[in-house]
Design a protein around this ligand. Structure first.
Ligand code: SF4
Ligand code: SF4
Length: 168
């Protein structure tokens, strides 16, 4: 198995709702995927499913049937490994940094009694940004809020630079 396949087995961040919030599914893919994914169809007939994906379990359990958008995902970390711009241990370090930041943010949300409604970490961060913006405009940020903003900013900068994904 190549380093790039191995790295995904140690990661899962693009399927578990950490880095990406949803996947779009083309109309023609829907009949084959309907029993495998919780797809919501829109008015045009195309579909979408929200993360965390119910087919992620230490890897994609429907790999050969996965949606086109999943197959086309151009992960910056995998590309950097394939192009030997990054070694395996450095890639693992980046993944662990994201996981640690995620844990730190989740702990701080509990301390600050901030309850977010979204099922995925990705959309929780979108919600959180709005809450923090509001607090900033009201000048009601505490040192704990500032620590939260700092962790979120660090995650936000890792997404485009290391994974080739837009920030939250
Ligand atoms: S984020 Fe990148 S390295 Fe991680 S599982 Fe997805 S494709 Fe693999
Ligand atoms: S279908 Fe597979 S590759 Fe796509 S999000 Fe789900 S687990 Fe990941």
């Amino acid at each position: 198995m190549s380093d790039s396949s191995n790295i995904c087995l140690s990661c899962g961040l693009c399927c578990d709702g950490t880095l990406i919030g949803f996947v779009q599914v083309e109309r023609k893919e829907i009949p084959m995927l309907k029993g495998l994914l919780n797809i919501e169809e829109d008015s045009t007939g195309d579909g979408v499913f929200l993360h965390p994906c119910n087919n992620y379990c230490d890897g994609c359990t429907i790999y050969s049937k996965r949606p086109k958008q999943c197959a086309k995902f151009n992960c910056g970390l995998v590309t950097s490994l394939e192009q030997k711009e990054l070694d395996f241990n450095s890639a693992i370090e980046i993944i662990n940094t994201v996981k640690q930041k995620k844990i730190a943010i989740e702990k701080m949300l509990v301390i600050l009694h901030i309850k977010l409604k979204s099922p995925s970490f990705y959309f929780k961060m979108v919600e959180l940004k709005k809450i923090l913006e509001k607090k900033k405009s009201e000048s009601s940020l505490t040192p704990d809020h500032l620590a939260l903003i700092s962790d979120l900013d660090q995650l936000d900068s890792l997404l485009p630079t290391k994974f080739n994904i837009s920030a939250y």
